[in-house]
Design a protein around this ligand. Structure first.
Ligand SMILES: *[C@@H]1O[C@H](CO)[C@@H](O)[C@H](O)[C@H]1NC(C)=O
Ligand SMILES: *[C@@H]1O[C@H](CO)[C@@H](O)[C@H](O)[C@H]1NC(C)=O
Ligand SMILES: *[C@@H]1O[C@H](CO)[C@@H](O)[C@H](O)[C@H]1NC(C)=O
Ligand SMILES: *[C@@H]1O[C@H](CO)[C@@H](O)[C@H](O)[C@H]1NC(C)=O
Ligand SMILES: *[C@@H]1O[C@H](CO)[C@@H](O)[C@H](O)[C@H]1NC(C)=O
Ligand SMILES: *[C@@H]1O[C@H](CO)[C@@H](O)[C@H](O)[C@H]1NC(C)=O
Ligand SMILES: *[C@@H]1O[C@H](CO)[C@@H](O)[C@H](O)[C@H]1NC(C)=O
Ligand SMILES: *[C@@H]1O[C@H](CO)[C@@H](O)[C@H](O)[C@H]1NC(C)=O
Length: 317
């Protein structure tokens, strides 16, 4: 037991030494740790500084790039503004151009319609023109033929006319007798007249005179002829003037209308009953009177030798 007490005292003397040793060991460990950490931290700091420098360079680069970008952006903005202005101008111009284009298009369509119509008209006219040209050429050919024929006829006519005039002169000179036998002939200008003594109504007088070719009741052309018939005698004699009673005017037997008349004063009267005309009026023997056609009067026949000779030559040919 005593030993154990001795042992216990020895142990109690050793404990602080052990504690001190432990403390020293702990402090040594901490110091070593700090040194290790410090070395590590310093390496880390060096890395960060390197990175910081590189970042700084990058930052500066970025700043340079940024200012470059800003300059570029401004240039772009300026260009964009100019482009926008140009675009707006172009847009305005394009709107104007579209308006112009639409107007031009409308005008073009109208012109095309007009053109089509004109072309149709032109084609029609062209067809007409062709037909007219064909017709014209035919007419021209016909005209040439006609002219050749006309010249021949003209030559033939001149020859015939000379012949007729010569015959007619011979007739008037009494060399050739062409009037019907029994005629009481007198000539005046180019005609031969017959003043017979027998009487008849107007219709019979007309037929009798017209029984010979180129002969009829007298047709009084002018005052000289009127002068001639009134100077022959003072008889009432039928002349070749009458009207049909249907309301038409007096007409010569050759179909011509009355141009120069030699009515006695107050004649023609009784126009609804007296349709036929005599020379030698009741109260003026030198002028004309209208009478009923069935009255009986002497007559004057007029014969035209030129006409007669011409017809005879034509039929003899
Ligand atoms: C990084 O750089 C900046 C500016 O040059 C400086 O203020 C900072 O202290 C630096 N940092 C380190 C950890 O070196
Ligand atoms: C800055 O710009 C240059 C060329 O302009 C390019 O090579 C470089 O990579 C850019 N830097 C950055 C950080 O974008
Ligand atoms: C350039 O234009 C953009 C977009 O229109 C705008 O945001 C920017 O502020 C303009 N910059 C300058 C410098 O005018
Ligand atoms: C717009 O039109 C006008 C005249 O019509 C012309 O002078 C001008 O140059 C045109 N503008 C553009 C941007 O084409
Ligand atoms: C031309 O004459 C011919 C024969 O005489 C006739 O048939 C034809 O119609 C005439 N042509 C014209 C265009 O008158
Ligand atoms: C003209 O007269 C000649 C001779 O008499 C005759 O052969 C010819 O047919 C006449 N010509 C015409 C166009 O009548
Ligand atoms: C012919 O006329 C004359 C003069 O008027 C006349 O004397 C004679 O009797 C008339 N002869 C005939 C046939 O009419
Ligand atoms: C006169 O006589 C001609 C020949 O006979 C005849 O054609 C004509 O119709 C007569 N005129 C009248 C008005 O009777």
């Amino acid at each position: 037991m005593k030993n154990s007490r001795k042992d216990n005292g020895k142990l109690a003397q050793a404990v602080p030494v052990i504690i001190l040793i432990c403390l020293l060991l702990i402090i040594l460990a901490v110091a070593i740790s700090f040194i290790i950490i410090y070395v590590c931290m310093e390496n880390k700091l060096k890395d960060i500084e390197i990175e910081n420098r590189s970042l700084k360079i990058r930052f500066q680069n970025l700043m340079t790039n940024h200012s470059e970008l800003m300059t570029y952006n401004n240039e772009l903005n300026t260009s964009h503004s100019k482009l926008m202005t140009d675009f707006n101008k172009l847009n305005t111009n394009q709107t104007k151009l579209m308006t112009n284009y639409n107007e031009l298009n409308t005008n073009y369509n109208e012109l095309m319609t007009s053109h089509s119509k004109l072309m149709t008209t032109y084609n029609k006219l062209n067809t007409k023109y062709s037909k007219l040209m064909t017709n014209y050429n035919e007419l021209n050919t016909n005209y040439s033929k006609f002219m050749i024929n006309y010249n021949e006829v003209s030559t033939n006519y001149t020859a015939l006319d000379d012949k007729v005039k010569k015959f007619a002169k011979d007739v008037r000179d009494g060399i050739i007798s062409l009037h019907p036998s029994g005629w009481n002939c007198t000539s005046f200008r180019k005609s031969v007249y017959h003043f017979p003594t027998d009487s008849s109504n107007w219709a019979d007088a007309n037929i009798t005179c017209a029984s010979m070719s180129c002969c009829s009741l007298v047709i009084v052309d002018d005052s000289a002829e009127q002068e001639f018939i009134k100077n022959y005698d003072k008889e009432k004699r039928w002349i070749g003037l009458q009207k049909d009673g249907a309301g038409n005017d007096f007409q010569w037997v050759d179909g011509t209308s009355l141009a120069t008349a030699f009515w006695a004063s107050d004649e023609p009267n009784n126009e609804n009953t007296e349709f036929c005309v005599t020379k030698g009026a009741e109260f003026d023997q030198d002028k004309w009177n209208n009478d009923m056609c069935n009255a009986f009067h002497r007559r004057i026949c007029e014969f035209k030798p030129e006409c007669y000779v011409r017809k005879k030559l034509e039929t003899d040919d």
